[in-house]
Design a protein around this ligand. Sequence first.
Ligand code: AMP
Length: 222
Amino acid sequence: MRIILLGTPGGGKGTQAKLICDHFAIPHISTGAIFREKVKEGTALSREISSYTGTGQLVPDPITISLVEERLTKDDCKNGFLLDGFPRDKKQAEALDRIMNKKNKQIDFVFLIDVPKEMIVDRILGRRVCPKCAESYHIKYNPPKAPGHCDVCGTALIHRADDQEQIILDRLAIYNQTTQPILEFYETKGILHKIKGDGGIQEIFSQLNEIIEKVQKKLNRK
Ligand code: AMP
């Protein structure tokens, strides 16, 4: 099953991605996470990437698209994957179509998690991540068991450099400008599903799951 998860940064996308990937046993491919890994390598490419990610700007398409293609070619993507953070604009959506066509595959589901702006700022300002294993927390809504430390590996949690209010507002503005054409692109293909993202974590996951089951039942009947 090949899924794209769309939604404003901080809209709970990462949490839902993890639930879906565990449930359907598919890899979670997040371009943000791919970039954060690359930045750690300390190469010229790392410095170029961090000049964009550190200021909330989009990394240029040639870099982004080739890293995504490289990732989707790995063995663990044979039975599907979930893309989180990609595509971010229509050009990237078209590039993804070309990558899929080369493999004779197609995207099955595109989910948009729709969350009000005030809620997003609140969620991002409270977000803390583990720099070692990338586990994500929220100081209010999903706190770690030991304050400030990762439940999985015990590492001290960090507040990401790009999770500051002005950077968040800039990211939201870029996001809104570029997302509308993607929604139209996938709506035309009939695979876009809009999900109300202001409910609880399990409530949102149930909405996603119901849609997947409904579509799969329909396909099995054909
Ligand atoms: P995220 O973890 O999705 O919030 O992404 C963190 C940062 O990575 C973004 O602010 C961008 O600088 C960069 N990024 C993530 N996905 C993409 C993408 N599809 N295209 C370009 N830049 C991206």
